[in-house]
Ligand binder design. Sequence first.
Ligand SMILES: CC(C)(COP(=O)(O)OP(=O)(O)OC[C@H]1O[C@@H](n2cnc3c(N)ncnc32)[C@H](O)[C@@H]1OP(=O)(O)O)[C@@H](O)C(=O)NCCC(=O)NCCS
Length: 171
Amino acid sequence: MTEIMTHLSSARLTLRRWRETDAETLYRYASYPDVGNPAGWPPHTSVEMSLEVIRAVFSAPHTFAVALKSTDEAVGCCGVVPSEISCEKGIPRDDVEIGYWLGKPYWGQGFIPEAVELLTGYIENQLGHKRLWITFFDGNHKSKRVAEKCGFKYHHTANQNDCKELCYVRD
Ligand SMILES: CC(C)(COP(=O)(O)OP(=O)(O)OC[C@H]1O[C@@H](n2cnc3c(N)ncnc32)[C@H](O)[C@@H]1OP(=O)(O)O)[C@@H](O)C(=O)NCCC(=O)NCCS
């Protein structure tokens, strides 16, 4: 997929590319264990680690900072999961899985459902219609609620490395 969009906005949020200057903010929010662990990545342990993640991981196509419109602060992340990772969970290669996380101080205000609607609109309108997926570890009630509120329905459970991942789909 080629990168088409660099900026999208809703009432409260902007989805934009990550910048190296976001490293300190990223470290602040990504160092919480209860953000990284449920999302399947290790909590950040230094600003340098966060900078490396911005350079090596968040530079991938269709990966966006979830920034507050009022301050432009990057308080979370959402984007398209690499297809090789999605395929391991039984998701067809032509479909698109989206992933997300949000800094803990901002939980519970509907920010990620708002970001998901922006991202899914972008995928459907700019990249051509794709069947969309959200997956999460069994027991991640918060992510399950995001999927449900955004109109995704349970499809199957993938068993990976002794973990059950629930796969939700939206046609
Ligand atoms: C999952 C996550 C992205 C949700 O983002 P969000 O913007 O807070 O989403 P919502 O505001 O819609 O809240 C979703 C649910 O989280 C729960 N929740 C909200 N605030 C909470 C809080 N402070 N503490 C615990 N749970 C909370 C509620 O069950 C809520 O559902 P409800 O609206 O039916 O009450 C966020 O909790 C997060 O980043 N969690 C850690 C990383 C993660 O799990 N990422 C997804 C991996 S698949």
